[in-house]
Design a protein around this ligand. Structure first.
Ligand SMILES: C[S@@+](CC[C@H](N)C(=O)[O-])C[C@H]1O[C@@H](n2cnc3c(N)ncnc32)[C@H](O)[C@@H]1O
Length: 298
């Protein structure tokens, strides 16, 4: 049996079914068996390919757009050049190559990377050899100075929670276990202003998703940019408003079952861009199930 299946089964046996965000965090970042801890994720030998890995033009154009925005804002003499989830470091390397001849840009830039995978940090170190790079834990560790930020396929890797409408109530979709097999089951009723609002544009049985960490990160970045200046360039898969089950696993460039090959396949969910731009504080505020009941789903 897959080692992460056993880890998750033990967690469920000890403390009950897991919200999907906890399942995703374990599947992607478990210190021993997590996907980003152990796997070669990019390229033909990996499971997926991203734009910077396809062509250097992607990063070079972003670099020039960042530099132009910096010039438009009066060339601040010191700023943080931040990347969230830099993967192999290719995008930042392309940004830096393209901006080399923009007068004063490199001198003013303090390169800061936010990366959860130790394995990928090593690759970033190699890709950015010769540059002065700092890794910080998360956006709360950024300084109070202008921020020019880029994130490509970062937000879709952040763990989501899913809620299913049953009549006029919302129940959380959870990872449970039955006869030794992980499954998706419905948890307790959840009450939250966002979910109440979504009663207006959903019907019985519909699913909506929330990404609490995405809205928290966006809120912190927006506060920094509002206060000190800068810009954020965010590229990802998603829709304007979360609707339906978008949780997906990819293995060897093909869709896979999220509950199989855990830790050996990538797991993502579509980004809800409305939540990102609306800096929706409601989305990461406390959301506690009222009572616990589980129902096996088909
Ligand atoms: C799909 S990859 C994209 C990599 C790169 N941006 C690219 O375009 O090739 C997702 C990246 O985000 C990182 N990541 C995911 N969740 C993270 C988190 N909570 N904090 C920091 N990095 C994270 C992964 O380790 C990986 O580097």
């Amino acid at each position: 049996m897959n080692p992460l299946h056993d880890v998750l089964a033990a967690q469920i046996a000890a403390s009950g079914p897991l919200p999907i965000n906890q399942f995703m965090t374990t599947a992607l970042f478990h210190p021993q068996y997590g996907y980003y801890t152990t796997q070669t994720v990019f390229g033909q030998k990996g499971d997926f390919i991203t734009a910077p890995e396809v062509s250097q033009m992607f990063g070079e154009l972003i670099g020039l757009a960042l530099a132009q925005t910096w010039i438009d804002q009066g060339c601040p003499s010191s700023f943080q050049l931040v990347e969230l989830g830099p993967g192999r470091g290719t995008l930042m390397a392309d940004i830096l190559r393209a901006t080399k001849s923009v007068h004063g840009f490199h001198r003013a830039a303090h390169i800061k990377l936010i990366e959860a995978s130790a394995k990928l940090k090593e690759e970033q170190q190699r890709a950015l050899m010769g540059y002065n790079v700092t890794w910080v834990e998360d956006v709360t560790d950024l300084d109070q100075t202008p921020v020019f930020l880029v994130a490509n396929e970062f937000f879709d890797a952040l763990p989501i929670r899913q809620f299913q409408r049953i009549d006029d109530l919302w129940r959380e979709r959870m990872i449970g276990i039955s006869k030794g097999q992980l499954n998706i089951a419905l948890g307790g009723v959840v009450s939250h202003p966002y979910l109440i609002e979504r009663l207006k544009d959903t019907r019985d049985g519909d699913i909506v998703e929330l990404c609490p960490s995405a809205s928290l990160i966006i809120e912190q970045i927006s506060d920094l940019i509002e206060t000190h200046g800068g810009a954020a360039f965010i590229f990802d898969y998603g829709a304007w408003r979360s609707f339906g089950d978008t949780l997906q696993a990819i293995k060897d460039h093909k869709f896979a079952n999220i509950l199989e090959n855990i830790g050996a396949s990538d797991i993502t969910a579509h980004v809800d861009f409305e939540a990102l731009v609306s800096k929706n504080k409601a989305q990461h505020s406390a959301m506690t199930p009222q009572g616990i009941w589980l129902e096996r789903m088909g």
